[in-house]
Design a protein around this ligand. Structure first.
Ligand code: FEO
Length: 178
């Protein structure tokens, strides 16, 4: 049976994933408002992906015969200096999520809750991908700077990145069931 402490932390992470979804949805709205249509599309899709992360916790908590508790969600940031600031914020946020997932893994291991430890492995791998993804976008923006046609091209490229990412996630899932 899961400890109360670990269950509370799983529930908190479920709510953190909700927050991530709201943060990316808000960023998407900002990008759309500023004319960065590619980034808006990417971030909107990413918000939906975060809801998937939340649902995995929601389902797991129920699978172990416990009750998920939907709690209040902090208001996400809605003002950004420029497109670089948006993706810097996202990258920083993902690093925080990674450290929270690692703390959960550590706790599950210290409590010898191997089922939860195993469940969390998906998130460990996912966070590696999330950090890589946002870092690669930041690198592109840093390469072209914030002025002119380069940024327009990068924004368009960001808009098509999600499709490539979905393809790579599908491939990973196919590999994992082989
Ligand atoms: Fe659910 Fe972007 O981590």
């Amino acid at each position: 049976m899961i400890s109360e402490k670990l269950l509370k932390k799983l529930n908190e992470q479920m709510m953190n994933e909700f927050y991530s979804a709201n943060l990316y949805l808000q960023m998407s709205a900002w990008c759309n408002h500023e004319g960065f249509e590619g980034s808006a599309k990417f971030l909107r899709n990413h918000a939906a992906e975060e809801m998937g992360h939340m649902e995995k916790f929601f389902d797991y908590i129920q699978d172990i015969d416990a009750l998920p508790i939907i709690d209040a969600i902090e208001k996400p940031k809605s003002e950004f200096k420029d497109l670089k600031h948006v993706f810097e914020t996202a990258y920083k946020h993902e690093k925080v999520v990674t450290s929270r997932i690692h703390e959960l893994v550590e706790l599950s291991l210290s409590e010898k809750d191997f089922r939860t430890f195993n469940f969390l492995q998906w998130y460990v791998e996912e966070q590696l991908e999330e950090e890589k993804l946002f870092k690669s976008i930041l690198d592109k923006i840093n390469m072209v700077g914030l002025e002119g046609r380069g940024l327009f091209i990068v924004d368009r490229e960001i808009g098509s990145m999600k499709d490539k990412e979905i393809e790579s996630i599908k491939n990973r899932e196919i590999e994992s069931i082989k």
